[in-house]
Design a protein around this ligand. Structure first.
Ligand code: ATP
Ligand code: MG
Length: 561
């Protein structure tokens, strides 16, 4: 499967670079990419952009894409995340074959590279505190100052670094730094830290064997190099780190020198895609979990009913550039709507039930009617739907005092029940408070599949047979935030101030047509006139089934704003 399956992927600037590299015979025409998540959270829609880009390039250029966990920060990482990330990449439709790697696989080699740098006089052990290191670093306007420990001899540095590894010094007592240039206009080159001491952490891959951990910048380029990556694609905030990426590889004279290429991150309206913030939402109980259907995580989107195809198509449409931008939520929704329009069978479901009794329909009788599963695709077959004397229709499909142009059921008026008969409303039954609790109607037996002679019935509404209905809970989701850019507001407010308190509406008394009894977890349906829904995969058998609304039938975003 390639990007969005049969459609061709536009030539973005990264693919152009790769084309030129192949033409020039660089890397013997080989293309090797990687997707390098840090296992400190679940993947989100922004990661999907990177996954589709990296795995998509590998597919289209007959290359490879590795899945590599960038696991150098053990206190924030764990195995739950390692497993969830693999599940999500696979679900998106990508396969890393036997190329699953961990940066921690290279800890021993990275240590040796650090020793080589020391031997070349290009790294030193510094005793300055973290605060002092920050002070000495200078600012964008002022150059930094050399640490008083910068000129330690190679022997002293080798000895101290070995003792750091042996666990002889407490956390923060020493670091290993690259010796580059404290006056560099690029702050990343002002003797960056490459190793720090971390006692007492149990790494999910390496256990407690290491007392020192390498920093990201040092680890990343060398991991790419060890895996023979050709094009190391990352987001724009690493542009200023590229000289450092190249410096390590040049100084260590590595046999392979991957090319770092940066592109702009995906930002999506009305949500946040920072893992720190998503973690906060989960940890503070502001959402149900990482897979809450309102979350922009892959797990949340999956539970909401998004398909891998729709997410890949979304990534294809947004393209890849170096320009920062914010993508409209409506685009993501269009992708899932278009996909489900084709593949989701139609069903009838009443979300706000109003009882209808057909006074002229025989009691104890059930008719089996048939209905097409898809209006355009006869290949999707038909299903049987029971019809009986007692039905439910939606409260919104009846008006006692109808507004102008109202085409649905009104007192004394007629409406067509979809896939069934025309009915007329004869009587309204109300409770003591004056609420409408039931309608008494009569049906016209001559109107199954044809119009009544000489009468125009404009409205068509959906319904279910009451004794056959499946009772269900239906969850309607709205955007998680009320602000289009919750983490970049002009007034500097906290993104959590913009959480939409109405982002979840739970309807506990919904009635679905009988065939939905057999719905499988995650299976998608169009509930006619209501939207696309899927059976919540987390729902336990025996409970009331829970259906999540994936998306409405039409774009309502424009209206909400
Ligand atoms: P965060 O800043 O939220 O912690 P991250 O970039 O640190 O995210 P990683 O796990 O390191 O998260 O990301 C793995 C890969 O996914 C990286 O190559 C990163 O550039 C890419 N990525 C992360 N977020 C986005 C995004 N919003 N758009 C495109 N690519 C992204
Ligand atoms: Mg990162």
């Amino acid at each position: 499967m390639s990007d969005s399956d049969s459609k061709t992927t536009p030539k973005n600037f990264i693919r152009q670079i790769i084309d030129e590299d192949i033409q020039a015979g660089k890397n013997q025409g080989r293309v090797a990419t990687r997707f390098p998540p840090e296992p400190n959270g679940y993947l989100h829609i922004g990661h999907a952009k990177s996954i589709v880009l990296n795995f998509g390039i590998a597919q289209d250029y007959d290359g490879t894409c590795n899945l590599r966990f960038d696991d150098t920060n053990p206190h924030k990482e764990n195995l739950e995340f390692v497993e969830a990330i693999q599940q999500d990449v696979r679900w998106l439709g990508y396969d890393w074959a036997d190329r699953l790697f961990f940066a921690s696989d290279y800890f021993e080699q990275l240590y040796d590279f650090a020793v080589q740098l020391i031997q070349k006089g290009k790294a030193y052990v510094d005793d300055l505190s973290a605060d002092d290191i920050r002070q000495y670093r200078g600012t964008l306007k002022e150059p930094g100052k050399n640490s008083p420990f910068r000129d330690r001899s190679v022997e002293e540095n080798l000895g101290l670094f070995a003792r750091m590894r042996a666990g002889e010094f407490p956390d923060g007592a020493k670091v290993l730094r690259a010796k580059i240039d404290m006056a560099s206009p690029n702050i990343n080159l002002r003797d960056p830290t490459i190793y720090r001491i971390r006692h007492g952490v149990v790494h999910h891959q390496t256990g407690a064997q290491w007392a020192i951990y390498p920093m990201y910048d040092f680890t990343h380029c060398l991991s790419d190099m060890l895996e023979n990556i050709t094009h190391s694609i990352c987001t724009l905030e690493f542009e200023d780190h590229r000289p450092l990426y190249d410096w390590f590889l040049d100084e260590l004279q590595t046999p392979c020198h991957p090319q770092q290429i940066e592109f702009s991150r995906l930002n999506l309206e009305y949500t946040v895609t920072s893992k720190r913030k998503l973690t906060e939402l989960v940890d503070q109980g502001l959402v149900e979990g990482w897979d809450d259907p309102r979350m922009p995580t892959i797990a949340g989107l999956r539970r909401r009913g998004y398909t891998p195809q729709s997410i890949r198509e979304f990534c294809r449409l947004i393209g890849v550039t170096k320009a920062d931008n914010i993508v409209e939520m409506a685009l993501l929704e269009t992708c899932i709507r278009d996909d489900l329009n084709e593949r989701a069978p139609r069903r009838m479901a009443v979300l706000h039930p109003l009882k209808v009794v057909l006074s002229n329909y025989p009691e104890e009788t059930t008719e089996e009617l048939t209905a097409a599963n898809h209006p355009q695709d006869s290949g999707m077959g038909q299903r049987s739907i029971p019809f009986s004397r007692e039905l439910y229709i939606d409260q919104a499909d009846f008006e006692e005092i109808p507004p102008k142009k109202y085409k649905r059921l009104v007192p004394g008026g007629e409406v067509r029940l979809r896939n069934a008969y025309v009915i007329r409303c004869d009587e309204i039954i109300k409770d003591d408070q004056g609420n409408i609790v039931e309608l008494r109607c009569s049906y016209d037996p001559d109107t199954l599949g044809k119009n009544p002679e000489g009468r125009k019935v404009k409205g068509v509404i959906h319904w279910v047979s009451a004794p056959h209905a499946v009772q269900a809970e239906v969850r309607l989701y709205d955007r998680l935030f009320t602000h289009p850019t919750p983490d970049a507001t002009k007034d500097g407010s906290d993104y959590k101030d913009h959480i939409n308190s109405d982002s979840l509406r739970t309807l506990t008394h919904c009635y679905l047509e009988r065939s939905l009894e057999e719905a499988k977890a995650g299976e998608a349906f169009q509930f006619e006139r209501e939207g696309y829904f899927c059976l919540d995969p987390m729902h336990q058998a025996g409970d009331l089934p829970v259906f999540n609304r994936t998306v409405t039938l039409r774009d309502t975003w424009a209206k909400i704003q």
